[in-house]
Ligand binder design. Structure first.
Ligand SMILES: Cc1cc2nc3c(=O)[nH]c(=O)nc-3n(C[C@H](O)[C@H](O)[C@H](O)COP(=O)(O)O)c2cc1C
Ligand code: SF4
Length: 432
């Protein structure tokens, strides 16, 4: 994996640089924790609120509000969990943070725990990240020996004990309530919400669950101030976003971009554009659970508001480019196979919807489906998106829905009755 960071913004790192504890401290690391421990938690939460930081795990929930919800709970036994499951295909930002910016992450977790009033924390790390897990284990030990974790942190009286929990390879366990079940030794299936984890989380206690990237933002915000952070983005979306850039482009890797940049700029300026002689056919934004959009949509700015309006899911920040040699149906077929494999089977719309949609796309690729099957595909996708129990099922329909919208002709061209289908499609909205 190459790192294409052009500037040091929030993630203070030059190309492939591992920031060990001494280097991190020499650059001002842990001054935010020192500052936070010396002022009221309310003042730090207010600063975070003003920064406008929103969760980077996919749902973009305001981080300060979540911390406050845990803090305000009458139950005093509370937990903080760092979600490092990073299961979204095409996403590799959290891995980079864990292996290169380990102490910035640990400082972020410590501050979040202090503000939420939690003294126990868990890093839920995906099973496949055994090397990052080792790095975390060694770094937790080093931070504890330096008085930055464990009992009486920096002489403040605040204590935080962190442990690592290894996932077992399930994509669904990245969903916060399935993650809680997994830690508790139950089946990794989602729970009904409410109650939310902030109300009744791990072992029934209030729990703050945040993504790796979200937590790693916190020390920089509290060190440099909310105004500095807001100045990096736009009036709608503050700060920066890590983008896992891959697919049919010239340079693949991790980039940190300020909010407001367009997807075209990300692909051209950081990714070098498509390979010589090729053009962009589609871009998948947000990972397997994200959307497939045509190149006409690439002038949309990376902003929560603008993306929501354009029907683009920023999600984990994966951007995967498909050039003109790629088949949309094959790409969507891969996704439905992935989700079918990862669906827990608890609810009918997701379990049966994925089975049916996967079969129909397979038949389309085999040339045995008709235009009526494309209509069925649309109905099943709609049911999955609106009636699934958890985010896996609702998001599994995103690439299906967007590709049916923008690339309907490609679906119809694969039908047995494609002549008839093409006529039928003439009366429909078609963008690609
Ligand atoms: C199927 C599914 C998988 C998810 N996987 C992850 C993941 O790997 N990492 C993550 O941080 N959030 C993941 N999430 C989102 C979490 O449920 C949760 O919203 C997030 O950890 C909250 O952190 P944030 O507020 O910092 O974004 C997933 C959600 C769903 C529905
Ligand atoms: S939507 Fe899918 S993954 Fe979620 S509960 Fe239903 S079957 Fe399980």
């Amino acid at each position: 994996m190459s790192v294409l960071l052009k500037k040091n913004l929030v993630f203070n790192v030059a190309d492939r640089e591992y920031v060990g504890l001494d280097l991190y401290r020499s650059r001002g690391g842990y001054t935010a924790l020192q500052k936070v421990l010396g002022q009221s938690p309310e003042a730090s939460i207010e600063e975070l609120k003003n920064s406008g930081l929103r969760g980077r795990g996919g749902a973009a929930f305001p981080t300060a509000k979540k911390i406050e919800m845990v803090r305000d709970n009458a139950e005093t036994e509370r937990y903080v969990i760092c979600n490092a499951d990073e299961g979204e295909p095409g996403t590799f930002k959290d891995r980079y943070i864990i292996t290169h910016l380990t102490f910035q992450l640990l400082e972020g977790i410590t501050i979040a725990a202090y503000l939420a009033g939690a003294s126990k924390g868990i890093l839920y790390v995906r099973h496949e990240y055994w090397e990052p897990q080792n790095k975390l284990r060694a770094s937790i030990k080093e931070a504890t020996e330096a008085g930055l974790l464990g009992d009486n942190i920096l002489g403040s009286g605040f204590s935080l004990h962190l442990e690592i929990f290894s996932g077992a390879g399930s994509y669904l366990c990245g969903e916060e309530t399935a993650l809680l079940n997994s830690i508790e030794g139950r089946k990794g299936r989602p729970r009904l919400k409410p109650p939310y984890p902030t109300q009744q989380g791990l072992w029934g206690k209030p729990t703050l669950i945040n993504n790796v990237e979200t937590l790693t933002n916190i020390p920089q915000i509290l060190k440099n101030g909310a105004e500095w952070y807001r100045s990096l983005g736009t009036s709608d979306s503050h700060g920066t976003k890590l983008i896992s850039l891959s697919g049919d482009i010239q340079k693949r890797g991790l980039v940190e971009v300020p909010f407001g940049i367009t997807f075209r700029e990300i692909i051209e300026q950081y990714g070098g554009g498509p390979k010589p002689g090729r053009t962009i056919k589609a871009v998948n934004i947000g990972g397997a659970s994200g959307v497939l959009v045509p190149q006409e949509m690439l002038d949309t700015p990376l902003e929560y508001g603008a993306c929501a309006q354009a029907g683009i899911t920023i999600g984990s920040g994966a951007v995967f480019v498909l050039d003109d040699t790629r088949s949309i149906l094959e790409n969507v077929h891969n996704r439905t196979r992935f989700f079918l494999h990862e669906s827990c089977g608890k609810c009918t719309p997701c379990r049966e919807g994925l089975r049916q949609t996967h079969t129909i796309i397979h038949q389309l690729l085999e040339g045995t489906a008709t235009s009526h099957d494309v209509d069925r595909l649309e109905r099943y996708t709609d049911a999955m998106q609106h009636a699934s129990f958890c985010g896996l099922g609702t998001a599994a329909g995103n690439s299906l829905c967007s590709s049916l919208h923008y690339y309907r002709k490609e679906y119809l061209d694969h039908c047995q009755d494609s002549g008839h289908a093409a006529n039928e499609a003439g009366g429909r909205e078609e963008i690609a």
